[in-house]
Design a protein around this ligand. Sequence first.
Ligand code: ZN
Length: 404
Amino acid sequence: MSKVNNEFQLIGRAFIENTIIDCSILIEGEKIKKVSKLEQTNVKTIRFSDQFLIIPSAIDLHVHFRDWGQSHKENIKSASMAALAGGVTTALDMPNTIPPINSLELIKKRIEDFKNKSLIDYGIHSKPVKVEELREARKYIFGFKFYEEDLSIIPEYISNVKHDRLVFHAQFGQDEQSAVKFVLDHTFNCENIRFAHISRKASLDLINSSRLEGRKIFVEATPHHVFLSMKDLERKPTGYSTVRPPLAEREDNIALIEAINTGKVDFIATDHAPHSFEEKLSENPPPGYPSLEIYVSLFLTFSKRGLFNLVKVMECLCSNPARYLGIRKGEIREDYYADLTVVDVRSSYIVDSSKFVSLSKFSPFEGWELSFKPVMTILRGNVMYLNGDFQDKNHKPKQIAELG
Ligand SMILES: [Zn+2]
């Protein structure tokens, strides 16, 4: 399929404008040219039976692509392949790499690596950089990410970045709630703040009170904090429950589920944090899980089982992150980028992390029975993934800023 003059239609059931309808989606070049109930004639056609559903591809705002000093855990190419296999075509990278991304020089190096290695569209976060480098850094990054070790500089530093997109890992030791309060108290004048991986009911309550005072605050939730409590994994080796913030109680899971269903969570983000299987089973396991390949199917499966409102889940996976990034993705709509994923709604599969495309063969969802596995993933009109095979010839990943 050539990239120039690329024109074809997908015919089948699709999630469009918050409902599922039979339609034809005509793709021309990188964009969706027409969405119609009538089939187009004289155009290459890919037809799906009602065993399949066409959805907008997901956008993951929180991915640790690793690489550099941790390329045995994951690299930019392997993480982007895992994303495509999971129905994700756009993702933001996190800067706690080795070395950490905290200078203009490393920001430029990271962008160069994404250009050369990524199969999906991307943006990068940087840790706070020297004030002298801020102006130039903004040309390359999507936003600044503050980790626990960066929270202490907030009072003196924050006025330099009040117009920037800011992301906070809110944790003081094991305590999320105090860190959330600290961030809320010091970011009154900031235009765009987002809390990564909120995991506690108490934190949600604090954020919702601030929202009632008129503040706009974005919130991410992860699959593990939504579905798993500490108790669920207590019989497993420690690595299964090692994550930051730590897993919580069932009432926190329930609060997150309710927050997704009522629009209080803006984004479902994986916090894809790959480590080798040996590291996760070691005596001192590092925190995090690789969930890029399963989270879309996980949330769609549990929407079908009645735990979630499907429309809200699709907003959190697709359209909310697209709007937050300011890109025409995340919805199946004319003149939007043709970023589409076809999922198998009928067949079920068992999560088997040994078969992950990710280099990190580990999952706390091991053995879960899911459906809605992606069979085809299209990025800007290019079929990049089809039933386990990847196509990366002639593909040029784009940075968020290039997707305007
Ligand atoms: Zn993270």
